[in-house]
Design a protein around this ligand. Sequence first.
Ligand SMILES: [Zn+2]
Length: 857
Amino acid sequence: MNADTQHLFDQTILFIAGYGTVVFIFSLFLTAPFGKFYTNNWSWSIKVPGKPGWLFFESIPWIVYPLSFFAQTDTPSTPALLLLFLWQAHYLHRSLIYTYFAPSMAPMSLLITVGGAVVFNVANGFVNGTAAALTDEKRLFEWQFWIGVIVFAVGMSINVSADYHLFSLRQQKADGDKPKQRYFIPRKGMFVYVSAANYFGEILEWAGYAIASGNIAPCFCSSQWRISFLADYLNTDVSSVTQFIEDFNNSYEHKHKAFEDNFWATKMNLAGCSSDELTRTKNELDAFLGDAQMLSKVQTLLQRPDLSVEEAKTLRIFERTFKCYIITDADGVRMREDLNRLEAKLAEHRRAFKLGYFHPDSNVFVEASSVQLRSIMRTSDNEALRKACWDGMRSIGPFIAPEFVEIVKLRNKLARSLGFECFYDMKVTAAEGFGKKTLFPILEKLLARAKDIQNKALETLAKEKGADALKGWNRGFALAGDLSALQDPYFPFETAVNAWARSFAALGITYAGATMRLDLCDRKGKYSNGFCHWPQPAWVSTTKGWVPSQANFTSLATPGQVGSGHTALVTLMHEGGHAAHFANVTQPSPLFSQERAPTSIPYAENQSMFLDSLVGDAAWLARYAVSKDGKVMPWDLIEREIRSLHPYKVFDLTAMLAVPFYEQRLYEMPEDKLTVAALIELADQVELEVQGGLSGRPLLAVPHPLTDESAAYYHGYVLADMAVHQTRKHFIKKYGYLVDNPEIGKDLKNIYWQPGNSRMFLDLVHEMTGSELSGDAWIEMLEQDVDALVAEEKKEYEEAIAKGPKYGTKDSVDLDMRVILVHGDEVISDSSALKGGLTEACEKFEQWIGVNFHGQK
Ligand SMILES: [Zn+2]
């Protein structure tokens, strides 16, 4: 070794020793804060794909070592060559063979893992290659040399066999039939043994190499790196990640189900239900989702360098979920508590508020709910009465404004303390994974294009019904017709379940073994709002295998009432769509397939709204809108609907858009300008700008902005509707038709449904349709000429009449699902207990409706 090399050699040894010590201490004491740092700051988490990253930095030693080695000598001794051989054996295996056989490797952080490893590996290869080259021939005859070689060989065989055992445990995901087993633990504790053996083997290897070479300094430095990994393990968690994930999943599943079962029992007013149990299980679930210690443990585990792709993905959904429910900062916690109090108070006041109108004839105040007010505005031919109801709706704003202003201010303060621009930014980021800066340009583009169409629609409406028709209290009445009464016979309530089941089966939709409980009819003591919940989320357990979902669905139908059949059908198509979506999520944790945050609202609604949109298609109506005596809805009723509604569909779009634009501007108002008067004035201003006039449903009467879970949320409906139109357009382009097309169920399942919330909504829309989410398809639909649309739909209608539905009413359809139709505690029919399955269950339901609602025997 010449003097320069000697100098570099010594410096490098010092460097590695220092570097190794720093890493060692870092991993011993700083794992938790490091975890927080890592996930909150993007610059630390630029990711490189696992396999190429690993291949790259583990290849450096087998390149640098021989270069340094042959720089020292052209005629190496036999023991030097043997040391070279040992080194190359380890690193060629580690870089090429290990990477090739590893089933998957999680992406790694560029700066920390790859950057750090490159520096270390260059230094390590250089000092060890240089030292080994100078080994004397005499070393071959010393016993230490051979002891070292044997220890190295034993260490490497332990290390390598542990690696492959670990792979085989993970590899099992590739076997088996449908919902795949993602990873697997045959025995508790096995994994602990294996991953410890892995590291033990490697440390033994380098101890052997040190003994054989006699170059203690360079070898000691090299092992420090490995020892620091081991320390990391001892510090974080001795048991395996896989076991942790499985335990976590099971606890969540258990707590989620306990709460949801009680939720259903109390809301349906079942025998033996207990609101104390409901509160207890709710608190347990809340405590589980709010456990900050668990969050920090998950973040620590996320640092481990040996996570598989599946493990990293699962830990990340744990982290994302916790972050939706946990605020760790003490000030933040206080603000959150204050907000909860303020919101509860406002809700209480709002409930106690006497809503209603002053009757124009008597000037007597009549109490009425907002649903009743809007219904009068739609149906009464007395304009003075409609105006009175509209004034009633507008009285909500000034009532809630003083308390709402304080809530808006505090929400913003909380969001800003957590590093967000404003409350809206915080909410959208948590729910969608993208901020306000991504969201609003999408909405603004949509609005800009909708405005022209809206202006035209307003003009047409004024021309046809008079300028007064544009007033807030007149618009709804001017647009409402008698169509729903005329169409009613073609949507019989009692066959709605059958029509939904046949239509979904014809789309190739299946439910992967799910169970769905339907309680459709109104009764005394039943909760006064329809909903669909999932007591059992679908997931793939490492021990139990595929766990199918269970859904509970309720509506408040009164069979026989005009419109009840249509409502039931649309609701079944919608909620049945949600249920199909969540039943087909095949991910390694129930957190991927539950309906609460971080599941994106537009992602969930896109599925259900796409499927319920079919009920508006002539091709669907010609097959499934059939009266009790077997008559199909006639074409002229469909044509009337298109002609009377299509030109004004743009109003639905702008009414939807007004809410997010109002909330955006509200949360962007400077605090000193945010007064009660400003809040009310802004609402009118946004209505005028966005909807082209004061709205029939005043913005301040929309309840969503008032409560935390639905505030800054309404854009979700807009994005979902954009995605629905884009998805419809994509399928029509790809297949030519939608209704009864079995390819559509397959595509929905493979692209939209299986990933659950593991993938982002915008990415999924892009993957399905091949383009970025945009309002283009929606706008195209709105811009379509009525005559052209009528001609198109007529053709679809005639073709559908000629073809008929894929399954007749008596055909047996298999949705791979158990359907239980109930009425409170009474089980009407259960498809799993009947020979004729779902078809027979539907028949029994029809009979039951006949007996209970139409006085049949
Ligand atoms: Zn929905």
